[in-house]
Write a protein that binds this ligand. Structure first.
Ligand code: SF4
Ligand code: SF4
Length: 148
């Protein structure tokens, strides 16, 4: 019995010490959504599309990003313009299929597609996870991405 009491008191002291230590240490959680997490610079969140300084889209519709995507998350459809230039009729990424590997960014020969830092991607309708070229271009115009 004496031994048991001894063990119990030791455990109690250890537990209290741990509690007191964590009570005064810096919290590891955030009061989300009042306080938002700042992703590191190389974070891989929802993609953005970038333009040239003159406003022209960098994407040339080569389709390499769709080809390399391991999740088949990218759909791109192109056609030929009047002067035989390639027109991008449709460009879409399904953020629900995407595994945020970053291959699309790596393979892009025009530095058009970049992994952004948006991580708040929950939706109530799964169709809202399909992001179009227009919305990705608008996001790419955000000052947060001006250095890309
Ligand atoms: S990050 Fe990876 S999975 Fe997502 S669209 Fe790009 S290549 Fe596909
Ligand atoms: S985003 Fe880049 S890799 Fe994808 S189609 Fe456009 S130019 Fe090609």
């Amino acid at each position: 019995m004496g031994l048991l009491t001894n063990i119990f008191q030791t455990d109690l002291i250890q537990g209290l010490t741990l509690t007191i230590r964590y009570f005064f240490s810096k919290p590891v959680t955030l009061r989300y959504p009042e306080v938002r997490w700042e992703p590191p610079p190389r974070y891989r969140g929802a993609q953005v599309l970038k333009r040239h300084p003159d406003g022209k889209e960098r994407c040339v519709g080569c389709g390499l990003c769709a080809e390399i995507c391991p999740s088949s998350a990218i759909i791109i459809r192109t056609s030929e313009g009047e002067e035989h230039e390639k027109l991008i009729d449709f460009y879409q990424i399904n953020l629900g299929l995407c595994i945020y590997c970053g291959f699309c960014q790596e393979v892009c020969p025009e530095d058009a597609v970049w992994m952004g830092n948006d991580y708040e991607l929950s939706v109530t309708d799964p169709f809202n996870l399909n992001v179009t070229k227009e919305s990705m271009l608008t996001k790419g115009d955000d000052p947060r991405y001006e250095d890309l």
